[in-house]
Design a protein around this ligand. Structure first.
Ligand code: IPE
Ligand code: IPE
Ligand code: MG
Length: 225
């Protein structure tokens, strides 16, 4: 029976969720943040799950209207500050991935603060993908290794990435079946789950169902069973 250690989620559908009820798109992001909290708590209480990687802001999301981008930055800042006690209570370590140098100095400070204050936590690792793009991550890794005297090995490249752990389960909510530049290297052998539900409607019950389904999958990794 498979046990999922690393779950990664493309949290999509916030805007549509809000618009369907005549609300502004940003209301969907606000509700989506509550689901982040619920799913993180659920995973922190599941002994088998070691890592939860959540796609929060992509390298392509800068293309959105300025006001939506600003709202997302403020929401992230508030989320991290407000949730620090829950991280500590649930023994969750916060580990950002992505190139956060593009963010404002004050948001970078909040990110660093929560990272440092939760560094000792040894339960779940909650990794938020912030200004993350898999192609950008791979390029930064290759550039960091380019002066190596030896040929670059898969292990060297893997260790130069922001996220160094293979993904077991990759979920995308919101009805689309694409990866949108998320964990292309790490998801090489992930089981993919594309869910129609929009992110604000996703619940720990839905995640529980997926984890159960995953336990029954035959993973061959290119070999035979
Ligand atoms: C995902 O929801 C959240 C982010 C990308 C920040 P969307 O904002 O993409 O919602 P839809 O896909 O437009 O409904
Ligand atoms: C992916 O969703 C990024 C995040 C969930 C943060 P998008 O809504 O940005 O993806 P596309 O544009 O539909 O591919
Ligand atoms: Mg979307």
């Amino acid at each position: 029976m498979n046990q999922a250690k690393h779950i990664a989620i493309i949290m999509d559908g916030n805007g549509r969720w809000a618009q369907m009820q005549g609300l502004k798109r940003v209301k969907g992001h606000e509700t989506g943040a509550k689901v982040v909290k619920a799913i993180t708590t659920y995973c922190s209480n599941n002994e088998n799950i070691e890592r939860l990687t959540l796609y929060a802001f992509s390298t392509e999301n800068w293309k959105r209207p300025r006001l939506e981008v600003e709202f997302l930055m403020k929401l992230l800042d508030n989320y991290l500050k407000n949730e620090l006690p829950s991280y500590l209570k649930n023994n969750v370590k916060f580990e950002p991935i992505g190139d956060t140098r593009a963010f404002s100095k004050s948001l970078q400070k909040t990110i660093k603060m929560v990272e440092e204050k939760t560094a000792h936590c040894d339960g779940l690792v909650q990794s938020l993908a912030l200004n993350y793009g898999s192609q950008d991550e791979i390029l930064r890794a290759v550039n960091a290794l380019k002066n190596s005297k030896k040929d670059i090995t898969a292990e060297m490249l893997n260790n130069a990435l922001d996220c160094k752990e293979d993904v077991d389960i990759l979920i995308r909510t919101g009805g689309d079946s694409r990866l949108s530049n998320f964990l292309l290297w790490q998801a090489a052998y992930a089981e993919l789950f594309f869910i129609d539900k929009l992110w604000p409607d996703f619940s720990s019950k839905d995640l529980e169902k997926i984890i159960k389904q995953f336990t029954k999958v035959e993973r061959r990794f290119g070999g035979l069973k």
